[in-house]
Structures are given as structure tokens and as C-alpha cells.
Design a protein around this ligand. Structure first.
Ligand SMILES: Nc1ncnc2c1ncn2[C@@H]1O[C@H](COP(=O)(O)OP(=O)(O)OP(=O)(O)O)[C@@H](O)[C@H]1O
Ligand SMILES: [Mg+2]
Length: 378
């Protein structure tokens, strides 16, 4: 697990929010992005509701952190709450998991009302909070055992459960290691295993991969899909990584400023954006009216000027617009520096519904950085 030891201490959100999918630009600066494999499984159409959120509101004084949000998650589903910093994702999770009171509206977990039947809800769920919470001074196994005892897992079942879960998250050989010697990715995997030690039916994970390097992030996704293939589990996950939501989730709710702005499968969300192809194109010193002229090309549904000379063009006719762009550049003697053609991403979905880029929101926000590991050499 060498890669885990090389985690990126800097927040790696920025620049990966745009899908983060395979997007190799060839030496000549031209590339075409292929489709990524999805990690999610199928959900039965007639599956019962695992989570019901009904016109839920959270106010802090005059400030509304969550504003009249409603959704239903089916049993067996991986459901994503996707949104920028401050969108209300953690507040929603805290209300659903009985950690903070609801101002108005209701939430039911496996049929139990979170306000009136909090204990029944707590027995049904596993929760991985946004901050890392494993005890650094205990070993991996001790962290697991403490939770198993806390949740009253019978003694004879405890060892079996811990063995199985450590194997599932690929930490068996680290079971005797002090938790402070683990990388961020390994610690996250330990916490995922720990959160499942009492066999919850519904699992809430708040930004489980924020701050992890790309390899560790994919390892966490694979752990989750692996766990899901072995047990009956409903997963609600929050993230601001587009690619994570796209690959992992059966359905995604996009939240922004406390509001639910869109909810559907990743495919349907992308299909709702006018234009099916995104062309990212960079020119050297384009004329002032260039954006206007790009907008006038046949098939083009939107143009964003991302930075000096760099444009993100959505079009309903990928190949036609690509040809037109190149021809227009040649005719106008504008040098074309790079050109990338890809399918619409959830980034475009976010822009479509909010008018802003998720990655810009993340640049503005204070980034979460994985805390240092006292036991590790720099
Ligand atoms: N206890 C609190 N008192 C006052 N305001 C709060 C409190 N908790 C959260 N908020 C505010 O509610 C809004 C939503 O916060 P929340 O933590 O739910 O966002 P988030 O989507 O989880 O963001 P992040 O991606 O940064 O974790 C933010 O504006 C936040 O400042
Ligand atoms: Mg949060």
C-alpha cells in the first residue's frame, strides 16, 4: 500500500473538480476524453424507502442553512449529496443522523422518525463524520474493538466482524499498527470499517475522500463498492468531487446555498444540460469579440470564458463545432493552442443549475487539509 503513504497534504480539490476523469492531452495539445467505468450497481425499482426527507429546514438564527429540502433514498442505493463548501451537506447529514435538531419538516430513516424515534434511528445507521475521528493513540484493531463494544456487538461476533472488515478495507496487515502511523487514506478506510462494525443498514459518509490524493480516493471508492457487494447497505455520501458522484452514485442531489437545485441519475442530469459535448479550447490573443463569435457558431449552446484565451464551449454538434472552431481560427489568423473534446460532465450540470462553476466556489472557500501524522517522518 505504498501509494497510501504518499498522500497529498495539500487540498487537491481545485483542478480535480472538473470531473477528474481520464483526459490525456496529447503532445500536440489535442485530445478526446473517453467514457469512464461506473462503480455503482443496480437498484431494484420496487425497493422500499431507506431514507425519507420531507421539507426539511435548518435555521441558525436568521440564517437558513437548509431550505425546504425533500428527497427519498431507496434501499440499496448509493445516493450523493453534491455541492460546494457551505451548501448545507453536513447540516443535512447531521439532521438525518439525529445529531442536531430539525427546525421544521421531517426525516425518517428506515421508517423511524429522527426526532421522535432517535434511538431506533441510531441503531440502524453508521456515520462517518467529515473530520477524522479515529483515536491516534490506539492501534487499528483497538479502534475497531472500542466501537464494537460501544455498539454492543456480542463478544464472540466481535473478532469475526473486525477480521472481516479489516480484510475488506485492506488493513489486515496494519491491525497492530498505531493509528497515528497511518496515511490519511488508510485512516479513512479504518473509519469506514469501524463505522460498519455493528452492521448498520444505512451508512452516512460526509466527504470521505476530501483531502486524499487521487489514488487513495479511488481506493476508498473501491472499498465502498466492495463493501456494498457483500452486504445489504444503503449509502448516503456527500462530496464536492464531480467525478466521485458520477462514478459512485445511483442518484445525485445537487445542493447549493441550502437549496436542492437538481436531483436525478448522473446520466439524466447530464442529459438535461443543453449540448452534449464540451470543447475546451485555448487561443493565443483572440480578438475582443471572440466569445460572441464562438456563441454564434451552429449548435453552440453556451460559452464560458474560463481564463485568458481559454473557452469552454457546449455544443449539440461536437464534430461540426470542432471543425468550425478550427476554421474560424485559421480564417481570423488566431493561433489555437489546445483543444479538448469531452462529453458533458456534472460540472456543466452545476453551471446549468446555479450559473456558477463548482470549481470556482471551491477555490474561494477555505480548503480542508488532512492533519499531519505525528508518527510519520516528513
Ligand atoms: N452551528 C452553526 N451555526 C451557524 N451556522 C452554521 C452552523 N453550522 C453550519 N452553519 C452554516 O450553515 C451553512 C452550511 O454548512 P454545512 O457545514 O452544512 O456545509 P457543507 O455543505 O457541509 O460544506 P463543506 O463542504 O464545507 O463541509 C454554512 O454557511 C455554515 O457556515
Ligand atoms: Mg460539510
Amino acid at each position: 500500500m505504498q501509494h497510501d503513504m504518499n498522500e497529498d497534504k495539500n487540498n487537491s480539490t481545485v483542478g480535480k473538480a472538473n470531473g477528474g476523469t481520464t483526459n490525456s492531452t496529447a503532445a500536440n495539445g489535442f485530445s478526446v476524453q473517453g467514457a469512464e467505468m461506473s462503480l455503482r450497481g443496480e437498484v431494484a425499482a420496487n425497493a422500499p424507502n431507506a431514507i425519507e426527507v420531507d421539507h426539511i429546514v435548518k435555521k441558525y438564527g436568521d440564517f437558513t442553512a437548509v431550505n425546504d429540502v425533500s428527497f427519498v433514498v431507496k434501499e440499496g442505493e448509493i445516493f450523493g449529496l453534491l455541492g460546494p463548501n457551505g451548501a448545507g451537506k453536513s447540516t443535512l447529514i447531521r439532521m438525518m443522523t439525529t445529531l442536531i435538531p430539525i427546525t421544521s419538516g421531517a426525516a425518517r430513516i428506515a421508517g423511524h422518525d429522527v426526532t421522535k424515534e432517535a434511538d431506533s434511528v441510531r441503531r440502524t445507521i453508521g456515520v462517518i463524520p467529515q473530520a477524522l475521528t479515529s483515536d491516534l493513540d490506539l492501534t487499528v484493531e483497538e479502534n475497531m474493538a472500542i466501537y464494537a463494544k460501544l455498539y454492543d456487538v456480542p463478544a464472540k461476533r466481535r473478532k469475526e466482524a473486525i477480521d472481516e472488515l479489516l480484510e475488506t478495507v485492506d488493513l489486515t496487515k496494519w491491525r497492530g499498527a498505531q493509528t497515528k502511523t497511518l496515511s490519511g487514506g488508510m485512516r479513512r478506510r479504518l473509519e469506514i470499517a469501524r463505522g460498519l462494525v455493528h452492521s448498520p443498514r444505512i451508512f452516512f459518509l460526509d466527504e470521505p475522500t476530501t483531502g486524499l490524493d487521487p489514488v487513495s480516493r479511488v481506493a476508498v471508492w473501491e472499498m465502498l463498492t466492495n463493501i456494498k457487494s457483500k452486504r445489504k447497505l444503503t449509502i448516503l455520501i456527500t462530496t464536492h468531487y464531480m467525478d466521485e458522484a458520477d462514478r459512485l452514485c445511483n442518484r445525485i442531489a445537487i445542493v447549493d446555498h441550502g437549496n436542492l437545485v437538481a436531483l436525478d441519475t448522473p446520466e439524466a442530469l447530464k442529459a438535461a444540460v443543453p449540448g452534449s459535448t464540451v470543447i475546451e479550447i485555448q487561443f493565443d490573443n483572440p480578438p475582443e469579440d471572440w466569445e460572441e463569435r464562438l456563441r454564434g457558431l451552429p449548435g453552440v449552446t453556451s460559452v464560458q470564458n474560463e481564463s485568458a484565451g481559454m473557452f469552454r464551449v457546449l455544443t449539440a454538434n461536437g464534430s461540426g463545432t470542432t471543425t468550425d472552431l478550427v476554421e474560424m481560427a485559421v480564417v481570423c489568423s488566431v493561433t489555437l493552442k489546445t483543444l479538448t473534446v469531452q462529453n458533458t460532465t456534472l460540472d456543466d450540470v452545476f453551471v446549468h443549475y446555479t450559473g456558477r462553476q463548482l470549481r470556482d466556489e471551491l477555490v474561494k472557500a477555505h480548503a480542508f487539509v488532512m492533519p499531519p501524522r505525528p508518527g510519520m517522518q516528513p
